[in-house]
Design a protein around this ligand. Sequence first.
Ligand code: NCD
Length: 307
Amino acid sequence: MNRVIDIVDLNPKEIEECIQTALDIIKNPDKYAHVCEGKKLATLFFEPSTRTRMSFEAAMYELGGHVISMTDANTSSAAKGESVADTAKTVSCYADIIAIRHPKEGAAYVTAQNASIPVINAGDGGHCHPTQTTADLLTIYREKGGFDNLTIGLCGDLKFGRTVHSLINAMSRYKNIKFVLISPEELKLPSYVKKDVLQKNNIPYEQTTDLERAMPKLDVLYMTRVQRERFFNEEDYLRLKDSYILTPQKMKYARDDMIVMHPLPRVNEISVEVDTDPRACYFKQVLNGKYMRMALILKLLKEAGRI
Ligand code: NCD
């Protein structure tokens, strides 16, 4: 396998292997400090990013490798009208592995079809974000001890939030999982995710607009930002942006062992006072993301025979 476009490109056994690699990296960073010497990661980011791009780059440096980067579509040949396919063929001449983020759904797939090196999707429009999910999975694994028997509340923009779509896909493969989908009417989970993932796998789920009522039953609360850039008009965004704000007051409804996750960036949906609550795990997620990206780069470069 030379690509991770969707989280289901990694089966549960491969996820477990990446988790074990990540845990070993955490314990023995020196063992991994030179494994990618002389290798290059190309980060192609056609959309804004802080964590995803920097964690990919930090991951490659910590493996002893190098990074070449395209961080602004306006200063690359995309601005002259170059296709994603031609960019993929070009970058394959310079690098050993690509991480790409693009506003169009399917762009990472097209890149993988045209590249001769491994490709990782770092977010394609409102579709998927598999490496955020690997960060989420390592966080759940470390905080909850595994993936079975969990009730997961997903709150906010479930329509455009690609991290939510990927996390549902990933978690639906474990035992006794339940989802509580908390969103305004207009931002409900797309029916293709409900049909193709939840209903197809007989995963129990409920939909609600009421965060407080849902809180007491949750093992995990996954908050998300309302995705302004994917709205057709600003008025709708302004009306919906503060639909949910998690505060210390609302945290009183949660169990003592519930964890709060968020892929970040946060806008208003978690008040900063929640950050000191021991149940807040979103900055742990950031660090876990770097380790899982290291594990993934290693796996794909090994499978491609490049290390
Ligand atoms: C997420 C994304 O890009 O989809 N951010 C991230 O990569 N951590 C979430 C978001 O932008 O809201």
